[in-house]
Design a binder for this molecule. Sequence first.
Ligand code: ATP
Ligand code: MG
Length: 400
Amino acid sequence: MYNSIICRYHEIATKGNNRNMFERCLVDNIAHLLREVGVCRVHRVRGRIWVNRVDGGAFSSSEMEAILPQLAKAFGLESFSPAVRLPVEMDAIREAAVAMAPEVLGAAMEKRDNVTFRVRARRSNKRFPLRSQEIEIDLVSAIAERLGERRFKLDLDHAEITLGCEVRDEFAALFWTSLPGPGGLPVGSNPRVLTLLSGGIDSPVAAWMVMKRGCPTDYITFHSSPYTPPETEEKVRRLARHLNEWQIRGKLHLCNLAPLQKLIRDCCNERMRTVLYRRAMLRIAEQVALRSDCRALVTGEAVGQVASQTINNMNTINRAVDMLVLRPLVGADKNESIRIAEAIGTMELSCIPAPDSCTVFAPSSPATSVPLELAEAEERKIPEYSAVIEKIIADIVTEA
Ligand code: ATP
Ligand code: MG
């Protein structure tokens, strides 16, 4: 019966000059998310985005089942509702409300008594003869009459079932549910960033969180072939593919750090290896970001989680680059990251066993506080450090 979906977004994000860009971005993203459903037309009408069937007809239930989970991935959306679009006439609105009431409200009332109900009307069309409250009263009375003996309880504040009614200039709409969107800002409303994506739990969550704030992301992963198996890369490929469901596909750069790791093993203090690996990762990532117009780096670091994430070590690692490094999980407990990872479906992939590049030649007791000067001194012991980094960058394999 539904021939439309109302998509709502926060007005706050759409103030001023940004409004047009924000809305266009959201419309494009929704169209992209629904590309495989095929039959949808997405367009905006003052303050709302509407998804209709191209032919104006009703969506089948299988089409609706395909559409709704996709809309739940459209960052920027506050909520959305399957709706019936109608002419701007009270008779048509009433008739449709009465026709739908048995299936939704009537069905709930059959299961138990005292179901609470209300109608919420919004009239942006000021030429419509009834005011919002009058529309509500009209619809409640008509529905009460239709349902006859079986009674619902009116509750204007906490109703279990709400019938929404919007009367706009061009059309009216009725809807019975409001599903939560993911919030945030449309991906693409902020500049592109580069996420350092490991096969762990945190970095996929970090990538998701920056996308939620409007940044499309590319990914870079470090492996240590042949010391890590191809499964290490494959795991990250799967994570990147999964994360790309929230954005128009980001590129994945696969980088083999092993040549440098061997030099660090042979030339440097063993306890500083992890910090030196990390500084190299950031340096390489910064170069890749500069070459692909990414404006910040993103990591899944959280303060104090492991030896390389003490404040002192994070500082020493950070000083390897000039570029802004975003750490969306900086204050998160592992449990909080896990909860998000489960909700977005990356947890399952992160749990696939595969060795991490950082564990190659990893010291049994890593230093928890490496001063910057010491790290720099260790790096000077590596012959042709910069040339090695350049060679590693030249050998990066990029998958679109
Ligand atoms: P994660 O669960 O994301 O691996 P973690 O808690 O295991 O994080 P570390 O392994 O110390 O912490 O990594 C900290 C951050 O450094 C990661 O979140 C990621 O952004 C980056 N990183 C670590 N290893 C790699 C790698 N092999 N490839 C790309 N990025 C990495
Ligand atoms: Mg890790």
